[in-house]
Design a protein. Structure first.
Lengths: 90, 596
């Protein structure tokens, strides 16, 4: 049953993706029009779609900064945080 | 001891000691019955102080029952039922014994009210849980277990130093809130002892190291008990200590960064424990009633969803023998139920509305905003985007969808796990959704009822729902846009354990070269200078013994010799068994003191 449902959605991947974009758009519209922002703690939270931008930027920052941290050669040597799996065996 | 209070930890410890004698068809019912009995003991308890024992000059208290200990006792015993159910198929009784001893230790810490009792159970936890690593029986399991034990022994000693110094300074051994406004050396030593078990950087590397290597069902236990018992200890002893806010926020982000890099599903989940416990540690640091409520609620929710995630990824490991993303993928056709359960765990940890994390995590962030700690609140919110990115998206995507990296053998072995694993995951999934959808269940258990009632009005407000959905769904957008960057890489990530793993090698070198040279030299000197007088003295005492004492104490000597022979057979076994005996003896002594 679950497998059938997943396959059904995968066969219509383009439609599913479009639907997801529509949901994202509607969410921002909902935030701008209906949500009561009286009790927020900081002024910037009143900006329309603030948390959408926050979520997206957070995600991109986390991926890029973490991957940089893992791949960069530290102290100009060969040492990287992401090392071969047999690192401790040698 | 009155009948109002039967210590649930002792139920499990005694249950563990009796386990090898319960055989055949009785074994499986027994494995479920004892945790349920422990859970029933928790439900039956009334607030108060029980099990007070005078030992030498000290007063030991085994049973302090109040709202704070009850919420932790409740979830720990509940998780023990689920974990035992999940491991029901495991034939080796020793693994169940180790798990129950471990839970017993954790419950002992939760209900005790003095540092001596706390310390005994604290050590019991470390010494019993290490077997859950060793029983994996791979080549790496043994050194990993020893590293785990070494780190925890060091942490235990720091804790010991802390409360002994406090005893010297104040004469008190009670385990209550310390004077956090005027911290002294012993406050910090106790703090280090606690935060080492809570896996706060830089003392955290033992956690992914051990949990990634533990047995399939052992990891389910380990992910629940050590860190959350430490959170309880922090909430009890150090609530409001400011430095914990900073450490908690660092933890929350640190775990996220390493989770991006991680290729092993269970190690990724382990790094996310560090991240999630960061919220709790920050909550304890904020220290207001709302924040402590939040830390308790989040610990409660966390134990269930993290257990569920470890069960989901554990079932993949159990069926296929693989846990690395670079060796899995596309499994939704073969393991659909494991996928659904893991997804529920992922949505719960990510704090989706209607799932458990939503009603617990946000309470800590809310407390941060209330105290105008904006930097902390925003950074914790940032970390929650990372949580969804990994546990909600990366784990399910790269195991059940994504590129199929399975070997033929892996693919053929993959199937949904045995019924008992499915039942355990189904129960945990139900609870994750129930907690998120029906808030009074959890909120009624929290220590500060007024704050909990206040927050219950706020949690499903349109603003909070909209805020959370925006963060989560736009994180998902970022994930799918950058998915190529996240493709699994077959690497390991160097972490703080580098220092003691490489430091250990340095020590070997030191032992081989300079120390051995010194030892040889010293041996020579000793033989010529020390041995001759020693032999002469020995001859005299032998004469004296033969002619003087032997007649009197002959009987006693024989007794000692016989006992010695018995002890020798005990000592012949491997180190693991010796530790096992030692732990069992401690357990028996405790029981003897309580009932005696």
């Amino acid at each position: 049953m679950i497998v059938k449902l997943i396959d059904y959605l995968r066969d219509r991947l383009k439609t599913v993706i479009r639907l997801c974009y529509v949901v994202l758009g509607l969410l921002v519209v909902y935030d701008v029009t209906f949500v009561d922002k009286h009790a927020v703690h900081t002024a910037m939270e009143k900006l329309p779609g603030f948390w959408s931008v926050f979520g997206f930027v957070a995600c991109v920052l986390i991926i890029i900064l973490s991957k940089w941290y893992g791949h960069v050669k530290w102290f100009g040597s060969k040492f990287r945080i992401m090392s071969p799996e047999d690192y401790y065996d040698n | 001891m009155t009948t109002d209070f039967i210590h649930p930890g002792f139920v499990l410890i005694i249950g563990a000691l009796l386990l090898p004698f319960i055989m055949g068809p009785l074994r499986k019912p027994y494995l479920i019955l004892m945790p349920i009995l422990a859970f029933a003991c928790v439900l039956k308890m009334q607030n108060g102080t029980y099990g007070v024992v005078h030992f030498m000059d000290w007063q030991l208290t085994f049973g302090r029952v109040d709202a704070l200990s009850q919420v932790f006792g409740y979830i720990m015993t509940l998780m023990c039922i689920i974990g035992s159910m999940y491991g029901l198929h495991v034939k080796d009784p020793k693994e169940h014994m180790a798990a129950w001893m471990y839970v017993g230790g954790s419950l002992g810490v939760i209900y005790c009210a003095d540092y001596i009792t706390l310390f005994i159970f604290w050590e019991l936890m470390a010494f019993s849980s290490v077997f859950l690593v060793w029983f994996r029986k791979r080549k790496e399991s043994l050194p990993t277990g020893f590293r785990y034990l070494m780190v925890h022994t060091a942490g235990g000693l720091i804790l010991l130093a802390g409360f002994v110094l406090r005893y010297k300074a104040t004469g008190a051994l009670d385990f209550n809130l310390l004077d956090v406004d005027h911290p002294t050396l012993y406050t910090y030593l106790i703090m280090v002892g606690f935060i080492l078990n809570a896996a706060v950087p830089p003392f955290h590397a033992w956690l992914p190291d051990a949990y990634g290597e533990a047995t399939v069902s052992g990891a389910v236990f380990m992910c629940a008990f050590t860190t959350k018992t430490a959170v309880y200890a922090l909430a009890r002893g150090l609530a409001g200590l400011d430095i914990l806010i900073v450490l908690g926020v660092i933890m929350a982000l640190y775990g996220v960064v390493y989770a991006v890099l991680e290729n092993d599903a269970r190690r990724l989940l382990a790094y996310h424990i560090i991240s999630q416990v960061g919220y709790m540690v920050a909550g304890v640091g904020i220290g207001t009633q709302m924040a402590i409520n939040g830390a308790c609620a989040h610990a409660f929710a966390h134990i269930l969803y993290k257990g569920l995630l470890f069960m989901g990824c554990g079932s993949v490991l159990y069926m296929t023998g693989k846990s690395k993303f670079s060796e899995l993928g596309g499994l939704y056709k073969k393991m659909p139920w494991a996928f659904v359960f893991t997804l529920i765990g992922g949505l719960s940890i990510s704090a989706f509305p209607l799932f458990s994390g939503f009603v617990s995590k946000s309470m800590i962030v809310y407390a941060g905003f209330e105290e105008h700690l904006y930097w902390a609140a925003f950074l914790l919110t940032l970390a929650s985007a990372g949580t969804f990115l990994h546990t909600g998206l990366k784990v399910p995507y790269f195991i059940w969808f994504g590129k199929n990296n399975c070997s033929r053998e892996t693919w053929e072995k993959a199937a949904d796990p045995p019924w008992n694993m499915n039942v355990a995951m189904a129960v945990a999934s139900f609870l994750c959704i129930f907690i998120g959808s029906y808030t009074p269940y959890l909120y009624k258990m929290l220590p500060y009822q007024n704050e909990a009632a206040d927050y219950a009005l706020h949690v499903y407000s349109s603003y909070h729902v909209s805020e959370s959905l925006q963060i989560l769904l736009f994180t998902a957008l970022g994930f799918f846009l950058l998915i190529k960057k996240l493709a699994p890489e077959p690497t390991i990530s160097i972490d703080m354990d580098w220092f003691y793993r490489m430091g250990g090698r340095g020590f070997y070198w030191l032992a081989r070269k300079p120390i051995q040279t010194f030892d040889t030299w010293f041996g020579e000197v000793y033989r010529t200078v020390g041995l001759y007088p020693l032999m002469t003295t020995a001859k005299f005492w032998s004469w004296f013994d033969w002619h003087g004492i032997d007649g009197v104490v002959d009987g006693l000597a024989r007794l000692v010799r016989n006992t010695g022979a018995k002890l020798r057979t005990v000592q012949n076994g491997r180190l693991q068994y010796n530790i096992y005996y030692a732990v069992s003896i401690v357990a028996v002594l405790i029981v003897a003191y309580v009932f005696g």
